[in-house]
Design a binder for this molecule. Structure first.
Ligand SMILES: O=c1[nH]c(=O)c2[nH]c(=O)[nH]c2[nH]1
Length: 308
């Protein structure tokens, strides 16, 4: 016992619990879907004595947490990952009385079927690089299962446009060297996050029952499509203005989404100046990839409920 310190906060669980799940079509078991995931489950609750008194009695071992994730991945439908997060949250908070809350983070790889002989393959997939789908659920039992914090994110979707991006009219001072431009390269690793409104979605039990599967699937696809569409079509005045337009379009499309957050690095490509070589011009054609230092631009956009 220490009179000098107290436990201000704690949580524990298992991280990097990985699985690949194969879903076989009921009518043709050779037709598959796959899901590769990395799961983190951290428990909150009455565990203080394990830290302060070396009493392990309340500890549900992290090994048990791992076993549970895998058993539930085998027993229950894991598509979409938001439903599986709800399933795990309800299990841990109901099975163990002293577990007062939980955070569940599920990171899903992007495996996409490809065409063979002009037809979509039944069971062969291409891994789509570093892009991930991530869902994060934070639930405290005392708030009731209608109240939780849930987000779904797109991470590391790397894009580049070779024209259709500008940057001018910014603050100029004695520290400024940047040249304004009406035609530059724009490239970023997209992080876009949808914060769901739990009051509109419904209880964790209804999520676990699959009642919102279509909402999760369709809004995720819409957010990804809108992001890529606006990135391609807009003559971007700045990263700031473009990300705000993307977020606004997603909020219009997805009533259950309360906030849209973007975090976009501005990965610079700098035009080589080759005039030193016999006056050789460079018509926006040869660039130096300069990934660092990079700009980093973040915003969260909310829904304006005021009557227009
Ligand atoms: O879209 C941009 N936003 C900025 O804030 C910025 N700053 C900068 O140097 N280049 C850019 N581009």
């Amino acid at each position: 016992m220490s009179t000098y310190s107290y436990l201000a906060d704690s949580t524990y669980g298992k991280d990097n619990v990985k699985f690949l799940k194969v879903k076989k079509c009921k009518t043709n078991p050779k037709v598959h879907e796959i899901m590769e995931c990395n799961v983190q489950v951290l428990l909150k609750g009455d565990f203080d004595i394990s830290y302060t008194k070396a009493d392990n009695a309340p500890i549900v071992p992290t090994d048990t947490v791992k076993n549970t994730i895998l058993i539930h991945a085998r027993k229950f439908d894991t598509w979409p990952i938001e439903k599986f997060a709800a399933n795990l949250a309800l299990h841990f908070t109901s099975k163990y009385g002293h577990v007062s809350g939980i955070t569940v983070k599920i990171t899903q790889d992007r495996w996409v079927k490809y065409d063979v002989d002009n037809k979509e393959s039944h069971h062969s997939f291409i891994h789509q690089g570093p892009e991930k789908k991530i869902c994060f659920l934070d639930y405290d039992k005392k708030n009731g299962s209608n109240t939780y914090s849930l987000s779904t994110s797109i991470k590391d979707l790397t894009v580049l446009k070779s024209t259709g991006s500008m940057f001018y009219g910014y603050n100029v001072c004695d520290y400024t060297t940047l040249k304004s431009t009406t035609d530059r390269i724009l490239s970023t690793d997209i992080f876009a996050s949808l914060s769901w409104n739990s009051a509109k979605l419904g209880s964790l039990e209804s999520l676990n029952a699959g009642e919102k599967d279509d909402v999760f699937n369709s809004h995720y696809t819409a957010a990804r499509d809108i992001t890529l569409d606006i990135f391609a079509k807009e003559n971007s005045p700045s990263v700031q203005a473009t990300m705000y337009n993307m977020a606004t379009a997603i909020l219009k499309k997805a009533p259950e989404v309360e906030y849209v957050t973007y975090e976009l690095p501005n990965k610079h490509y700098i035009l080589f100046d080759l005039k030193w070589f016999k006056g050789l011009d460079n018509n926006n054609e040869l660039f130096y990839p300069s990934p660092d230092p990079n700009g980093l631009i973040k915003c969260t956009v909310g829904r304006n409920t005021a009557k227009l």
